[in-house]
Ligand binder design. Structure first.
Ligand SMILES: [Zn+2]
Length: 343
């Protein structure tokens, strides 16, 4: 059942004395733990979604000094195959608008701007969607500040994720982020090694560091700093030089991870892309692999909603998938040199 004549506070905001206290202390992490526990009890679809995670199949491929997981997850089929063309979007009801969410679904209010909801089709054991209150396009240029703030407020347990409207967001017409437990993202645990082996320092000022990382699957700009203004400057520089070098009308294709801790501040991982989907997605018959990489795939867990793809995928397929969707060396070098010159 859906909501009619929605009353935001009454119908979709989750409250309890504990949660209200935690939010007052700006501890959204522990508020989300309580939300998830309650939603699993009150909302059947969600508890089924999380139960099914126990039976999910995973296998691991070893690359040069790091590894990539492949996850068979049938619950993700809608997201993987989402038609994000303008006509398809115009002709469907937006599933992130609150009048269209299931009546059992409730979320944590974030500053009266966003609602943090549990994702009923999870990839990890904690998986949230952070949804803007208004139906407004997925766009990072105007919401980067919020992206940083959210990752600070959720930083105790979670990292915040962003998928661009043309490279992974299944609702490109409604601004949203995701949050998952930091320990779920393999790349975060492998970061020290990736930096040692594959990184070039683009900027090295006191406590303001930017790396360009090329691990031969992914190309990554990594910003590490406590200084919000510095991070925003680097991001805006990257964004504008990337935008000028692509033909896309709206934003250039990027996926991002942000995490925060009190000691070292932020770490922002930016993955610049050249395509939404790899060639194998469009193949027919045996050659087809139904995969549509987004930020979680870039973090080191590839999602395959079809079991036959999971069974047959090999290391070479993984190399080709990334090669099809990641920017080329020339463009990556240009982006790095632009940041070096500008900052
Ligand atoms: Zn909407």
């Amino acid at each position: 059942m859906k909501h009619h004549n929605l009353n935001f506070e009454k119908d979709v905001v989750f409250t309890s004395p504990d949660v209200d206290d935690l939010i007052k202390q700006k501890n959204y992490s522990d508020a989300l733990v309580i939300l998830l526990r309650n939603q699993k009890l009150d909302w059947d679809l969600l508890s089924k979604g999380f139960d099914s995670l126990q039976y999910i199949k995973t296998k691991t491929f070893q690359f040069e000094g790091f590894n990539i997981d492949v996850q068979f997850n049938p619950g993700r089929i809608k997201s993987t195959t989402a038609d994000v063309s303008k006509s398809a979007i115009d002709n469907r009801e937006c599933f992130l608008c609150f009048e269209n969410i299931p009546q059992e679904q409730k979320g944590i209010n974030y500053k009266d701007e966003y609602l943090i909801l549990c994702n009923p089709y999870p990839i990890f054991f904690e998986h949230f969607t952070i949804v803007f209150r208004k139906h407004f396009p997925q766009r990072i240029s105007e919401s980067f500040h919020t992206f940083l703030k959210l990752s600070k407020r959720l930083g105790k347990y979670y990292s915040v994720l962003y998928n661009g409207p043309q490279c992974g967001a299944s609702a490109p017409d409604h601004l949203h982020f995701q949050a998952v437990n930091k320990n779920s993202l393999k790349i975060l645990n492998q970061m020290n090694f990736l930096i040692e082996e594959y990184a070039e320092k683009i900027i090295d000022q006191r406590k303001k560091v930017v790396f360009g990382i090329n691990d031969w699957l992914r190309k990554i700009i990594l910003i590490k700093s406590k200084d919000e203004r510095f991070i925003t400057n680097v991001f805006e520089t990257l964004y504008s030089s990337f935008q000028k070098s692509t033909i896309l009308q709206n934003e250039p294709m990027i996926n991002m991870i942000s995490l925060f801790d009190e000691k070292d501040g932020w770490q922002i991982y930016i993955f610049p892309r050249k395509a939404h989907r790899p060639k194998c997605f469009y193949e027919k018959g045996e050659k087809k692999l139904m995969i549509s990489p987004a930020v979680i795939d870039f973090s080191g867990t590839l999602i395959l909603p079809r079991e036959k793809d999971f069974e047959k995928i090999n290391k070479n397929d993984i190399r080709n998938i990334f090669n099809d969707v990641v920017v080329g060396k020339e463009l990556f070098d240009y982006l790095k040199s632009h940041i070096r010159k500008t900052i």
